[in-house]
Design a protein around this ligand. Structure first.
Ligand code: CP
Length: 310
């Protein structure tokens, strides 16, 4: 039974495999749930985002609605938070209205753990992005996307390129890839964006894009997280950054011929990825978004623990 989802590293491999299998099932049904699978009928879910989002918030809204849930979108600037209410009081207020699923994005590290210790015993908490440390549902949908295009995690090389230091997507994806015993994981970034490698045990790092991309089966381009960068020598607007780390057709030619190119979005075209790659034959970026609905349907179904096909 999965009650909360805060970090992918907390999940057993078997649970990740169950989520991948269930997400595949929903994809086979074009992300539709039959009436008997609408297991969130009568259940209220609140999306509470303290940082901007297009994909994650919409995806949870669509996934939960397809499963029969009523979804509330709480926007900080239009909520009573502006009058000084604490987030915990906001959650207790929503719990008193009957809301039992809380999908939360927040910029403060460790905040989700505090919330978990303060919410009601019948409530479920889902991390929709925490600071630069965690984005577990993005990690899960990325695993699903990689699995659909490759034979076996154990035999593949995954390369992650860009601002790794500030990326919650990289952290969660690597947690998931490690649990799935992925053959090789390589981080590629300029030295200024090299992360603390204690969070990436068993993972390679290089600042050389050509070396890092060599024979990769999946490449994930990451956005430069301008909003999280306080001091850096990297001029992200410069042609130099794009020249050294931007994905172009010429650069991805170093990868295996069937390489898939991914990006969690939002993309900064011309900074970390060229149009020819973002819109090219190797790109599965839009597929990632569709897979995100299936994976969030799978997650909510498993949390509710009443999926009819299992
Ligand atoms: N990938 C992702 O988290 O996108 P959003 O910020 O649009 O939710």
């Amino acid at each position: 039974m999965l009650k909360h989802l805060l970090y992918l590293k907390d999940l057993e491999k078997e649970m990740i495999c169950d989520l991948l299998e269930l997400a595949e099932y929903f994809l086979s049904k074009k992300n539709n749930a039959s009436s008997s699978e609408q297991i969130l009928q009568g259940v209220d879910l609140a999306n509470i985002f303290f940082e901007p989002s297009t994909r994650t918030r919409s995806s949870f809204q669509i996934a939960a609605t397809k499963l029969g849930s009523n979804v509330l979108n709480i926007d900080e600037e239009h909520s009573s938070r502006t009058k000084g209410e604490t987030i915990i009081d906001t959650i207790k207020t929503l719990e008193a209205m009957g809301v039992s699923y809380f999908v939360i994005r927040h910029k403060k590290k460790g905040f989700l753990e505090t919330l978990k210790n303060n919410i009601g015993e019948n409530s479920h908490l889902i991390n929709a992005g925490e600071s630069s440390i965690s984005h577990p549902t993005q990690g899960l949908l990325d695993l699903l996307t990689i699995q659909r295009h490759t034979d076996n995690f154990k035999k593949i090389k995954v390369a992650i390129v860009g601002d790794i230091k500030h990326s919650r997507v990289a952290r969660s994806l690597v947690e998931g890839l490690s649990i799935m015993n992925t053959g090789q994981i390589t981080l590629i970034a300029p030295d200024q964006f090299r992360p603390n490698m204690k969070h990436y045990l068993g993972v390679d790092y290089t600042n050389n894009l050509s070396i890092g991309l060599h024979k990769a089966d999946a490449v994930i381009a990451l956005r430069v997280q301008k909003e999280r960068i306080k001091e850096t020598n990297v001029d992200i607007e410069s042609e130099d950054y794009f020249k050294a780390y931007g994905l172009t057709n010429e650069k991805i030619a170093k990868c295996n011929k069937n390489v898939i190119v991914m990006h969690p979005g939002p993309m900064n075209r011309g900074v970390e990825i060229a149009n020819e790659v973002a819109d090219g034959p190797h790109s599965v970026i839009n597929e990632q978004v569709t897979n995100g609905i299936a994976m969030r349907m799978a997650l909510l179904s498993l949390m509710q623990n009443r999926h009819s096909s299992k």
